[in-house]
Design a protein. Sequence first.
Length: 162
Amino acid sequence: MNNLTNKLKLQKGQSGFTIIEVLIVLAIAALIILAVLLAVPALQNNQKDNARKQEASRVATGIATMLSDNNNKTLTAGSASASGSTDAGQLFARANIGGGQFKTVTIQAAGTAPANNTTVYVRIGYICDGNNPSKVTTGGYAVYYSTQTNATNYGACITAQQ
């Protein structure tokens, strides 16, 4: 036991870590932790935006299916937050978005930029020009929504195939 104690004691001329060295290591560790804490919310927002994109794609597919099933009858404007007999309610059901990022489907002939990031908008007579719906002379359905980081503006737009 005495031999072990002697080995653990510092020999003359040897020294341990200085306070400066310990503080530098702690500062580096703090920077690494800070970088991780800042990156996690951005990754979560990206995941939510990817989920929105998938749901909006399902809405666009639902539009194409509804048009095919109804001899290309123009969709009727309206809004739905559950399955129902209206065009918006049918889209809500066909896109299967009840438990996802979107809570409401709104079909409109004209409209404004998204007011929140829980509604997917379908604009009749429009197609997508980048992230913005753009008016066309005949046909066209633009499915657009806002993103997690840009909740009150056009985040993305998908043109539904007819």
